[in-house]
Design a protein around this ligand. Structure first.
Ligand code: NAG
Ligand code: NAG
Ligand code: NAG
Ligand code: NAG
Ligand code: NAG
Ligand code: NAG
Length: 668
């Protein structure tokens, strides 16, 4: 075939070589970047230390573990390339603007603060938590070894030198600021949980710090908080720019939501400039020519393939799918069949959006179906698709949504499921409406749903050849058939995991839905059977209490998660009062309390103390008692302590899956 000819290989190598040359001539001294928000891709541009990570489109400088104690932490997030601030007597200048959001987690106030830093070192000093803001520690504070300049956004008066618990300060090698200003007079409350903006300008001599609730430059310019001559001689010639933050006994979520930086280029490449220009021009010219040739040949190639072998365009995908030994039950459809079935993806037939695409109602061979069309701009689309076909395609269970077929044509990815006339569980509980008709799910319906989902998860964890982790159990992923039987769907995030495999590759990304994610996920970034159990526990509480799982990051919502909320009732021994009013009188008090306790034990902050799905199912069937729960909600402690109660050890899944990472089905 023409595509594998030596000619193409030569062109490919030539392109690589040209790119390489191009890379050599690009100057790297000048530092400019803009993160309008932080994504998984931004992670490759940053160096994250200790507890810093990217989550919810922001850089969380100290960890964000949804309402659990995050005491005594420090973290640092800096740009990957250092910035040249001094070169042969010249001093660079820079401007930077960023958006911060600091939400207290302890009462009456959080701590400790966040700082913009210029530092010799990208890593966080040891023991720099608490008052040290991740800037210095007790040993380096005030010494020349610290080699750091920081603009601190201090949210706690931790020592007498701090003027108050809401100030901005300029720190040189020390947390004791050389200049500090209370923020109250500028109308800014740093730790209110509301985002605010700061702009810092350094002109090579004076530093100006501006702070405002508004991101408009003119508003920022009105609030100059600090204006000081600044001598950079305490820093080396090259520094890392970024943020550090810390918590103490008092905690808060410290996040940077956007960040722009522009620094001048004072490197000296004048002598090389002629060669430089020459190489650039030559490089670009070569690239253009090669690019054009490659494009033409690629075009001919693909046209050729499509004309001769229409099937081949998704040959690779089919191979991949075969690797996962898909049961033949999932049929391959043609795009035109599905277009016809959905009236050309008529928006009127749309059942909803989510899980990386839009779902349409359709009619295939006189059978109602739901067709999910994975959006083409979803980068993960293909991996989701493969995960979904590979997992549900090979599973059979009455409580799993059935995959009827799939289609991959013209880069269009489609999945065909059985149609669920009663929609998703969240709509049933929270809107109480199905197809516009008012319904109120009674206790029996809710109980059956709770049992159905448990059976599905038990099957995934223990019932099939490989353990399958769903990773995104939530009410909007539970579908209801005509008899309100619950069917777990949306396997876009699912992963299979070989039971015995003990390899330790972990993925950096955090997947799941806030409110349903177990606290340890934010530290380990790793899905386990226990994290699925946690999400199931949230779901149980949600269904019984008719209350949303809650997301502590949403301002205006109640404090913490639904588990916190229900635990308060448990503590005061009035659990039954947490039950949704609309099902009052339909249940036996002891039975519903059992289920709430079961739900809470699934939401135990300690993963080792959570029951397995096998045990959950035994409790639901009345074959076992629910685990004994402490009255006071235990704190989240990492690493986890051994469980406070004994689980039946005959069930090996908990032991086996604990800390065993899933085998990577995809790179997501
Ligand atoms: C946090 O650090 C402080 C001071 O170093 C210490 O007193 C406190 O016990 C620590 N808290 C935790 C939960 O480790
Ligand atoms: C910083 O902003 C000032 C004022 O807008 C501008 O004069 C200066 O050139 C900027 N410096 C850099 C490095 O972008
Ligand atoms: C800032 O906001 C927090 C959270 O709303 C509040 O507890 C604190 O009292 C406020 N601080 C000031 C100085 O207004
Ligand atoms: C720095 O600020 C001082 C006033 O504090 C001013 O006299 C000086 O001109 C400023 N220098 C520069 C380079 O803007
Ligand atoms: C900064 O400090 C160093 C050493 O203390 C001194 O040599 C230098 O002149 C200072 N630079 C300015 C611009 O004041
Ligand atoms: C932190 O709390 C512990 C007890 O939980 C206490 O002993 C310690 O003094 C506190 N430390 C600070 C710095 O507040």
């Amino acid at each position: 075939m023409i595509c594998s000819s030596p000619m193409i290989r030569f062109l490919f190598l030539a392109t690589v070589a040209a790119f390489f040359l191009g890379g050599v001539v690009v100057p790297i001294r000048c530092l400019q970047f803009d993160f309008p928000l932080f994504t998984d891709e931004s992670q490759t541009e940053l160096i994250l230390h200790n507890n810093a990570r990217i989550y919810l489109n922001a850089t969380q400088v100290t960890p964000d573990v949804r309402g659990d104690p995050i005491t005594n932490k420090s973290g640092r997030a800096v740009y990957k390339d250092p910035f040249l601030i001094r070169h042969r007597g010249k001093i660079a200048s820079f401007n930077t603007t960023f958006e911060l959001n600091i939400l207290p987690q302890t009462h009456p106030a959080g701590g400790e603060g966040l700082a913009f830093i210029l530092a010799a070192d990208h890593s966080v000093p040891l023991d720099s938590y608490g008052q040290w803001l991740g800037i210095v520690n007790a040993a380096t504070n005030g010494t020349p070894e610290a080699r750091i300049i920081a603009v601190e956004f201090d949210t706690r008066k931790s020592y007498p030198e701090d003027i108050d618990s809401n100030h901005v300060g300029l720190d040189l090698n020390s947390v004791f600021s050389i200049e500090q200003k209370p923020m109250a007079e500028f109308g800014v409350n740093i730790s209110s949980g509301i985002s605010f903006f700061s702009m810092i300008q350094f002109d090579g001599f004076n530093i100006s710090v501006f702070v405002s609730m508004s991101n408009k430059t003119e508003d920022l310019l009105k609030n100059r908080v600090i204006f000081q001559p600044l001598n950079l001689s305490i820093l080396p010639d090259e520094v890392y720019v970024g943020f550090s933050a810390s918590t103490s006994n008092f905690t808060q979520l410290n996040c940077v939501k956007s960040w722009q930086f522009s620094g001048t280029d004072i490197g000296n490449h004048k002598k090389k400039i002629h060669l430089w220009i020459w190489l650039t021009v030559a490089g670009i010219g070569a690239l253009l020519i090669i690019g054009a040739i490659v494009a033409i040949i690629f075009h001919i190639c693909t046209r050729d393939r499509r004309m001769n072998h229409p099937e081949e365009s998704y040959e690779g995908l089919e191979h991949q799918l075969q690797d996962f030994s898909i049961a033949p039950q999932a049929k391959k459809f043609e795009l035109k069949e599905l277009k016809k079935a959905t009236n050309n993806f008529d928006p009127k037939n749309s059942l909803g959006k989510g899980g990386f695409g839009t779902v349409y109602k359709g009619n295939l061979m006189n059978r109602e179906v739901a067709v999910k069309r994975i959006s083409k701009d979803s980068r993960q689309g293909k991996q989701e698709f493969i995960a979904e076909v590979a997992t549900i395609g090979s599973l059979h269970h009455k409580n799993l949504v059935k995959l009827i077929g799939w289609c991959y044509e013209k880069r269009d990815l489609l999945l065909v499921y059985e149609f669920m006339p009663n929609g998703s569980l969240d709509k049933l509980i929270f809107n109480n409406k199905i197809n516009g008709i008012q319904v109120n799910p009674n206790w029996e319906t809710r109980h059956n749903i709770i049992v159905g989902v448990a059976e599905a998860l038990d099957y995934l964890h223990n019932g099939c050849e490989k353990t399958v982790l769903h990773r995104d159990v939530k009410s909007s992923n539970i579908m209801l058939d005509s008899k309100f039987v619950a069917k777990l769907g949306d396997f876009g995030l699912a992963r299979t995991m070989r039971r015995t495999e003990q390899t330790h590759h972990s993925t950096k990304e955090i997947a799941g839905t806030p409110g349903y994610m177990a606290p340890e996920i934010f530290l380990t970034s790793r899905a386990t059977a226990e994290t699925d159990v946690y999400a199931y526990g949230v779901l149980v509480l949600e269904v019984i209490c008719g209350r949303k799982p809650g997301n502590p990051l949403d301002l205006g919502s109640y404090e913490g998660s639904i588990a916190h909320w229900v635990w308060e009732f448990h503590k005061e021994e009035r659990l039954v009062e947490a039950v949704d009013e609309s099902i009052e009188g339909q249940f036996v008090k002891e039975e519903i309390e059992y289920l709430l306790i079961l739900g809470l034990s699934c939401c135990h902050p300690n993963p080792l103390a959570r029951p397995s799905m096998r045990t959950v199912l035994a409790v639901l069937k009345g074959e076992a008692n629910p685990p004994i729960l402490p009255n006071e909600r235990p704190s989240f402690v990492w690493p986890p302590m051994p469980p406070s109660f004994k689980e039946d050890t005959s069930d090996s899944s908990l032991k086996d899956t604990h800390l065993v990472p899933f085998t990577e089905l995809s790179g997501r």
